[in-house]
Design a protein around this ligand. Structure first.
Ligand code: CMP
Length: 165
């Protein structure tokens, strides 16, 4: 079964629409294989987006992605990469088709509610990323547990048992 990485960004977690966004995935045949709410460090964000390191928006992107908690998820399903991209809509919410996550929940190209792997190739690269490594460890655990590092903004989810909403 195909997997893709999804991140609910700080603008959406601040707005309180985590549950609504997850509902879009689950209602459209994508299973939440793993999920974790985390505060990314600058180092995490830089590494995750290093493909954009030479782009003019890179520093603003890293600042934004570390400005509040995010929800990192592994979505699983048939054609998960493409399906996730269709559900998200265009990168710029002003160009996103009506009914897509970005059209409904995002404000701007910078604060655009969600990230998703843009190709199977990048889904694999992102799957190797530390973020997914963390998720793998979490989904191996037996039950929902409080975060070992117990930061106030961090919570762990055993996705079979509980939704993040
Ligand atoms: P995302 O899918 O997370 O991948 C990189 C992010 O950079 C993108 O969403 C946007 O939020 C942000 N970004 C800002 N400016 C641009 C731009 N001109 N082109 C593409 N992405 C941009």
């Amino acid at each position: 079964m195909e997997q893709t990485l999804s991140i609910i960004k700080p603008d959406a977690t601040k707005k309180g629409v985590i549950g609504k966004i997850i509902d879009r995935f689950e209602s459209n045949g994508l299973r939440i294989a793993a999920a974790k709410k985390v505060q990314l460090s600058v180092e995490d964000a830089k590494k995750f987006y290093e493909v954009h390191a030479s782009r003019p928006f890179y520093n603003d992107l890293v600042d934004f992605m570390t400005s509040g908690p995010v929800v990192v998820m592994v979505l699983e399903g048939e054609n998960a990469v493409l399906k996730n991209r269709e559900l998200m809509g265009a990168t710029n919410p002003k160009e996103a088709a009506p009914g897509t996550i970005r059209a409904d929940f995002a404000e701007s190209i910078d604060a655009n509610a969600v990230h998703g792997s843009d190709s199977l190739e990048n889904a694999k690269i992102e799957a190797e990323n530390k973020l997914k490594e963390d998720l793998k460890k979490e989904s191996d655990q037996e039950s929902v547990t409080a975060s070992a590092s117990s930061s106030a903004s961090e919570s762990d989810i055993k996705p079979e048992n509980e939704k993040v909403s």
